[in-house]
Design a protein around this ligand. Sequence first.
Ligand code: ATP
Length: 569
Amino acid sequence: MFRSSGTAKTRRRSSLLNPTVSKLARSSAHATTKSSAVPSRDRLAAPLPSSTMSGRATTIGIPGCTTLNRTAVNTPIRQSSIDPRRPVSNWSTGQPAKRTVPLSRPPRQPLTSAPKVFSSQPPSRRTAPVPREPSEAERLKEKLAVMEKSYASLQEQLDTTREMNSMLKESVEAFKMKLERSAMELDLKENMLDVTKQQFELAKEEIDRKDTLIKDLTSQVEEKEVVLRKLHNEAVDLRGQIRVAVRVRPLLTCESESGKAIEFPAVNTITVVTGSKPSGQFKFEKVFTPVFSQKEVFINIEDFILSALHGYNVGLIAFGQTGSGKTHTMRGGDAEDEGVIPRAAGFLFRESKKLETTGWIFEFTLSFLEIYNNEAYDLLNKNSTVRVRLSNGSVALDGLSEHKLAKLTDMTGLLRQADNNRRTAATKCNEYSSRSHAIYMWNIRAHQESTGISTTSVLKLVDLAGSERAKESGVTGQQFNEMTAINQSLSVLQKCVNLQKSKSKHVPYRDSKLTQVLMDCLGAGNSKTMVIVNINPSEEQAMESKRSIEFACRMRETHIGSAMQQRDL
Ligand SMILES: Nc1ncnc2c1ncn2[C@@H]1O[C@H](COP(=O)(O)OP(=O)(O)OP(=O)(O)O)[C@@H](O)[C@H]1O
């Protein structure tokens, strides 16, 4: 009765603490009674102790659960079956505790033998005192303490798990939101990609359309360029084979006391006043009065120079008495004072760049030749001698160096070299009088891939030495020889032009080095030629000016045959 009431008390107390604990306690107490704290899983594997097995079990309580065996409750439990040192299941983990002692089935008592009955009488004095077995209540208390501890631990675990669970829930929610946001962003980006793709397609179509347009326009430009070229060159031809322009320089300070012998009665018309009588009026394609700047002069002749890029041989010759302004016109000074030769370089580079857009490729080489005392010299190779040969109407210059001109600035060095090598001297009429003829030659090679046309043309820019009257010059010795050579070569030049004009069968080009070199510009070749006749306006030089103008008129009337494009075969 005492034990039963103790167990009931314990149960009531446990159920007051917590229904779960109470349940656990009930189940534990039951399990303890039944299997001496062997966890149920172990119980299945391990044999039950003999004391339990020997009692007759009456099943009461929850179905499926083995309840307390009354016989076993009344029967003193053997030490081995409730050994407190025996490990109980690990409640915190729910795993059975490790067994330290292997459970072996105890030897089975024969059923016939009578059950041992323990006497309730106190042991006799002679027998050793038996240690008191813990009461059922104590054992249950102990169990309860263990279970409460386990419960607290489980509660703690549960709290932690709940906390973790809520954290996990939160993080899952956050992930979900993030995922949704990412999905939305992806949608947006996909839309943008679609739009960009469409735009790209449109742009591609536009580029294709423009490419086709450019191709059409390019072919139209090429066709028009051919027509323009033809018209340009026909126009140049129509003006006469040798075009003549006259340039009259201003009076110099040193000539200020002298009166002017030149008048301009009309546009491109000139009159020379000799004595009191004015000469007749001479009309030319162009008359550059003293007010024309270097730039304006060049603008008026650049279309002519352009023919050289179109594959025609072109010659531009500055002619005139000494000190009339030939070198100024052709070479000039610096910057705004630059003459035709440096300006032509800039122009040829500019124009060639424009033509490159229609598929033309150009290559320029330069050679500078000097004719001094009727001999030819290389101005870009230490004045070495050059051999002039005529063959089949063309001029060959053996030993003349050629200098490739890749860019405009390359020209500066070459010009300086030629200036230094060219022979000049101070004369009575001109402080820096040219004692030689200078020929600045451009060899122009052009090629157009689409048509397969290649041309090789020559542009000759000529600064002649000036004619001079021996009597007026007052020179002697070497300078006299130079003057004689200059005058002779200019005389042959005039003779050739006169004979060419009168369509003579024999024109004596070979009579001087100058006419040999200029032969292809004067009628024996297929060149387009322009002569700029320079005039000194002073009264003192009136007669010389008149002679120059008369020579210009003869040249103007000289037919030299149509120029031909110099195509490579
Ligand atoms: N259009 C011009 N404007 C200003 N000065 C000029 C002009 N033409 C020539 N001169 C000046 O006249 C002088 C003689 O000119 P330049 O040397 O060019 O003559 P030239 O015909 O070449 O002489 P030469 O045949 O003796 O070499 C130079 O001092 C030059 O600066």
